[in-house]
Design a protein around this ligand. Structure first.
Ligand code: ATP
Ligand code: MG
Length: 411
């Protein structure tokens, strides 16, 4: 993409009311735009990065047998009354609205209920199981505090996978494979090293759930990390019984702030019993389906990466999530020689399938470099009169700052 064509501008200052680092950087670099607290639009650069994150998650969900679908955002009150989750005393984050005939509707904040209802049409026998179904969908939550940029949106993207199994043993197999897939996802997205499988409250069906918590000062959660075992315990459940279960000592734990980037949850038969989702086993006996749910917030992950991979000059995207692989910067001369050579290099790189953002604007070097630092594309390639005199370009690695001269041909 030619930067002269990109409609977004970088800016010096984020909105005055923006207090989070991730949103400050992403707004200034032109990735996102703030409409209200907790409500952000994704601009072309931001959408490219978000879609890369989505792509990695999708590959890993498919690799464990996930089937992608898309459920509705508008939610039927009756369905949610069945589990008691329509009541604002039980769920305090609903956005609710009315049809013209005064029927109440909700905007989906999660999707266990409607998917369980849907599966009644499709699951009949043990041969149909297990089923893993997932989606990427905008969720709506009336979050009390929305001060963490895209880490906590009132409207945000979620990947939610739900599993349907015959029994606890089959469920635990699925659960383990999802846990491994989550590890691979966060490794591939460049935050694996700082992300800990964290024991958290399990609800009524399992002793624990597992959160994936990424260490960060921007985090709203407090966890206790066991560096040796690379696990952690959420502060909410830290007690002697948990320590005994995990075979760890309180003295070996370090208190840290962290961002919950994902979580996996055993649901038992809570939802299948509520809606009568059953299957026939090999003897023809009717049994309740055992369920699990597995969430990741791709937009929260993007904010987490921005918090972790950035410096005072701007963003430093890991390769897997950068909007472009290469930022080609041409410093034009009067005769137009640099422009001709840079245009040609741009064509050659894009023809080879390299994703290039080409700064072909008529701006000065200072502006081009500071914009490039802010936008944070991993590899910068500078072409100028000086480098052309040596048939070369200058490359700079955004993360390490390493600069090299390289012949155009070898590039
Ligand atoms: P939190 O405790 O941070 O509110 P949660 O326990 O409500 O999260 P889930 O309902 O399990 O989270 O949602 C699954 C995933 O969706 C979370 O692990 C997180 O990555 C993401 N997520 C949840 N709430 C938000 C939000 N308001 N904005 C962005 N992402 C979110
Ligand atoms: Mg929440």
């Amino acid at each position: 993409m030619k930067q002269s064509h990109l409609f977004t501008r970088t800016r010096r200052e984020a909105p005055k009311d923006e207090v989070s680092k991730n949103a400050d950087l992403l707004i200034r670099a032109g990735y996102i735009s703030k409409d209200m607290a907790g409500v952000y639009s994704f601009l072309p650069l931001g959408l490219r990065t978000l879609n890369k994150i989505v792509g990695v998650i999708r590959e890993e969900m498919n690799s464990i047998g996930g089937q992608e679908l898309q459920l509705t955002a508008l939610q039927d009150k009756k369905v949610w009354e069945t589990t008691g989750r329509w009541d604002d005393r039980n769920v305090d984050i609903w956005f609710k609205t009315h049809l013209k005939n005064d029927t109440e509707l909700g905007l989906g904040f999660t999707h266990e209920e409607p998917l369980t209802v849907l599966m009644r049409e499709h699951i009949r026998s043990f041969r149909d199981l297990p089923v893993l179904a997932y989606q990427f969908q905008t969720k709506f939550r009336n979050e009390a505090r929305a001060k963490s940029g895209i880490l906590r949106g009132r409207e945000f993207l979620m990947k939610d996978l739900y599993s349907f199994s015959t029994d606890d043993a089959e469920h635990m197999n699925v659960y383990e494979s999802a846990k491994q897939a989550y590890r691979r996802i966060f490794d591939r997205l460049g935050i694996g090293g700082e992300t800990y499988v964290t024991f958290a409250s399990g609800g009524s069906f399992a002793k624990y759930s597992h959160e994936f918590q990424t260490l960060s000062e921007a985090g709203e959660d407090v966890i206790y990390v066991h560096e040796g075992k690379r696990i952690a315990v959420n502060k909410e459940v830290l007690n002697d019984e948990v320590l005994a279960d995990l075979g760890i000592a309180r003295a070996d734990l370090q208190e840290k702030k962290a961002i919950e980037v994902g979580n996996i949850f055993s649901l038992g038969t809570r939802f299948s019993d509520a809606f009568g989702l059953t299957y026939k086993d090999a003897e023809g006996t009717s049994k309740s389906v055992v369920m699990g749910s597995y969430g990741i917030g791709p937009s929260r992950v993007m904010g987490t990466i921005a918090e972790m991979w950035s410096d005072e000059k701007g963003l430093k995207w890991p390769d897997a999530v950068a909007p472009f692989a290469v930022h080609l910067i041409a410093l034009f001369d009067k005769e137009g020689k640099v422009k001709a050579a840079a245009d040609e290099l741009y064509e050659r790189l894009t023809t080879k399938g390299v994703e290039v953002l080409y700064d072909d604007r008529d701006s000065g070097a200072g502006e081009k470099f500071s914009d490039s630092d802010l936008i944070g594309i991993p590899q910068r390639i500078v072409m100028s009169e000086k480098t052309l005199a040596q048939d070369s370009v200058e490359t700079k690695d955004r993360a390490t700052g390493k600069v090299e001269m390289m012949k155009v041909e070898s590039l």
